[in-house]
Design a protein around this ligand. Structure first.
Ligand code: NDP
Length: 260
C-alpha cells in the first residue's frame, strides 16, 4: 500500500500520477500503466481535456474504484456560484463517476472574490460531488482568507514545489491549518535532474535523480507529490521510491538548493 498523508479528514496517497498534457489513447494507456505499477491517486483537471480518458482507464482497470483517489480541478473561467457547480457536474460526467475524492479550485479567480469561490467550493462538497475539497496556486494570504470563509475542511493546496523553489512560507501557512501541500512539477519538469547534488546522492544510492527528488518530496511532512510521465519505464521508476530512506543530512543538502 502507498504511504498516505492525513489532512483534515482526508487520507491521500503520498504519490499520485499527474496527467497534464496526456491526451487521447496515450492518456488512457499511461493511467492504466500507473494503476498497474501501484499508483492509487490520479490527478486530472477539466482544463487538461483528458477526464474522459482518465475515467475510461479507471473503469477498465481491475482495481476497485474506491481504492483509487481521484482529483480534478475547476478552471478560473468557471469561478462563481453556478458556473463552478456546473463545471464540477461536467467533470463527473466525463469521468463517469458519482463523486470524485477531491476537487480543487485550479487557480484563484482574478474576478470573483475568494469568499465566493470558497463558498461555491464548499457547496460542491455539500452536494456530494466530492468527498474532499481544496485549493491550488493559493498564496499565503489567500490560504488564510479561504480558511476564514470555509465551513467545510480544506485538505490540500496544490502548488509548484521541487528542490529549486522555496515554498517554505506556504508550507507553514498550510500546516497551521492542517492543510497538506500537493507538490506539482515535483521533479521540476525534469529540467535540472543533472544537478550535481542530486546526481551525487543518486549515484551513491544507485537510484535515479528523479527517484531521489521524489523520495525527498514524500519524506517531508504533509507533502504529496504527483509526477507525470508518458513513458512506461519512467512511470514505474517514479513509483519505486518506497524501499529506501534519505538521511537527514541528504534531506538538508537537497533542501538547500531552494531559491526564492
Ligand atoms: P513533472 O515535474 O512531473 O515533470 C514531468 C516531465 O518530466 C515530463 O516531461 C516527463 O517526460 C519527465 N519525466 C518524468 N519522469 C521522469 C524521470 N523519471 N526521469 C526523467 N524525466 C522524467 O511536471 P508536471 O508539470 O507535469 O507536474 C506534474 C503534474 O502536476 C501534472 O501532470 C499535473 O497533473 C499537475 N500540475 C498542476 C498544476 C496546477 O496548476 N495545479 C500545474 C502544473 C502541473 P516523459 O513524459 O517523457 O517521461
Amino acid at each position: 500500500m502507498t504511504p498516505t498523508v492525513k489532512a483534515n479528514g482526508a487520507e491521500i496517497p503520498a504519490i499520485g500520477f499527474g496527467t497534464w498534457d496526456l491526451r487521447g489513447a496515450g492518456a488512457v494507456q499511461a493511467v492504466k500503466t500507473a494503476l498497474d505499477v501501484g499508483y492509487r491517486h490520479i490527478d486530472t483537471a477539466a482544463m487538461y481535456a483528458n477526464e474522459t480518458q482518465v475515467g475510461e482507464a479507471i473503469r477498465s482497470h481491475a482495481t476497485p474504484r474506491e481504492e483509487i483517489f481521484v482529483t480534478t480541478k475547476v478552471w478560473p473561467s468557471e469561478a462563481g456560484d453556478g458556473p463552478f457547480q456546473r463545471s464540477a457536474e461536467a467533470s463527473l460526467k466525463r469521468l463517469q463517476v458519482d463523486q470524485v475524492d477531491l476537487i480543487l479550485i485550479h487557480w484563484p479567480s482574478p474576478t470573483v472574490s475568494v469568499g465566493e469561490q470558497i463558498r461555491t467550493l464548499c457547496d460542491v462538497k455539500k452536494r456530494g460531488y466530492a468527498r474532499h475539497i481544496g485549493i491550488s496556486n493559493f498564496s499565503v494570504e489567500q490560504v488564510e482568507e479561504s480558511v476564514r470563509v470555509a465551513d467545510e475542511p480544506l485538505v490540500t493546496n496544490q502548488i509548484e514545489h521541487h528542490p529549486w523553489i522555496d515554498q517554505g512560507a506556504i508550507f507553514k501557512a498550510c500546516a497551521k491549518h492542517g492543510i497538506s501541500v500537493t507538490s506539482y512539477s515535483p521533479i521540476g519538469k525534469a529540467r535540472r535532474l543533472d544537478d550535481p547534488v542530486i546526481v551525487g546522492i543518486a549515484n551513491a544510492r544507485r537510484k535515479t535523480p528523479a527517484q531521489i527528488v521524489l523520495r525527498w518530496q514524500i519524506q517531508q511532512p504533509m507533502n504529496i507529490a504527483i509526477p507525470r510521465s508518458s513513458n512506461p519505464g519512467r512511470i514505474a521508476e517514479n513509483f519505486a521510491i518506497f524501499d529506501f530512506t534519505l538521511t537527514p543530512e541528504e534531506m538538508r543538502r537537497i533542501s538547500a538548493l531552494a531559491r526564492p
